[in-house]
Design a protein around this ligand. Structure first.
Ligand code: ADP
Ligand code: ADP
Length: 225
């Protein structure tokens, strides 16, 4: 990101001049108080929001130059995981994960092979035919992670992925995300989870008032809440 700003139509200045370079393969936590601009910062990375000013380049591509119709192809290179999972309730685990490949018109055979491969990574091969409501929260988040990485994206973006999970389940999710990072995927993860940040040390970016207030190689959470 090069001098990125975001003012919402209602006048709220959410991001106020952020410049940052994240290397391929890095794991970066994004922390900061509520309302600091973390989600806006993250949403601009997958083009859910457009910056008012400044430039965002991912894997050599200027995001502002991608046409609406090509956004599914951008999403292939950038997987996203949310706090509330956002699975499609009427599709099975298999279908939820396969959907991301169907959108980009992969062959049926490739889809079947790759979906089972990625369900193996998140240890859910035996629940491929289950519906989301038949799964625990941690399992639903594992499906969401499988969906996010099924197209082998360069970047995995996670916005509070453990926000709705108990501590033990949160650690399971973190170990899977760490495994995905170790296989070469860059990870950017917004979190309020002090226990995770302080015990699985990674690069840490703190955002306050829409600006970067800290950028540490193996940072600690640092806030008292
Ligand atoms: P965080 O993720 O750190 O809680 P956000 O990026 O969600 O911060 O919000 C930063 C600021 O932008 C807040 O003041 C919030 O109310 C405002 N904001 C977020 N989304 C919108 C929106 N769609 N329209 C207007 N203001 C927004
Ligand atoms: P948690 O401990 O997270 O609350 P649950 O009690 O929701 O977990 O689920 C425990 C196990 O039971 C999970 O493996 C889940 O897949 C399975 N399960 C939960 N609800 C259903 C259901 N309605 N049908 C089939 N399996 C279910």
């Amino acid at each position: 990101m090069q001098d990125v700003w975001k003012t919402y139509p209602n006048g709220v200045m959410a991001v106020n001049g952020i410049s940052i370079y994240i290397k391929k393969g890095e794991f970066v936590y994004v922390v900061g108080p509520s309302g600091a601009g973390k989600s806006t910062f993250i949403k601009m990375m997958y083009r859910e929001e457009k910056p008012t000013r400044g430039e965002i380049t991912i894997d050599g591509k200027d995001l502002s130059k991608i046409k609406e119709k090509n956004i599914p192809y951008l999403r292939r290179n950038i997987g996203v995981v949310f706090q509330d999972f956002k699975l499609l309730p009427n599709l099975t685990v298999f279908e939820n994960v396969a959907f991301a490949m169907e959108v980009i018109e992969e062959s049926k055979e490739n889809i079947r092979k790759r979906v089972m491969e990625v369900l193996d990574v998140v240890r859910l091969k035996n629940k491929a035919r289950f519906l989301p409501h038949e799964l625990s929260g941690g399992e639903q988040q594992r499906v969401a992670i499988a969906r996010a990485v099924v197209n082998k994206p360069a970047v995995l973006i996670a916005d509070e992925p453990t926000g709705n999970l108990d501590p033990e389940t949160s650690w399971e999710i973190m170990h899977i995300i760490e495994e995905i990072n170790e296989s070469g995927t860059t990870v950017v993860m917004a979190t309020h989870n002090r226990d995770i940040v302080d015990n699985m040390r990674k690069r840490l970016i703190a955002i306050e008032g829409g600006r970067i207030s800290r950028d540490e190689i193996r940072g600690t959470y640092g806030y008292e809440i």
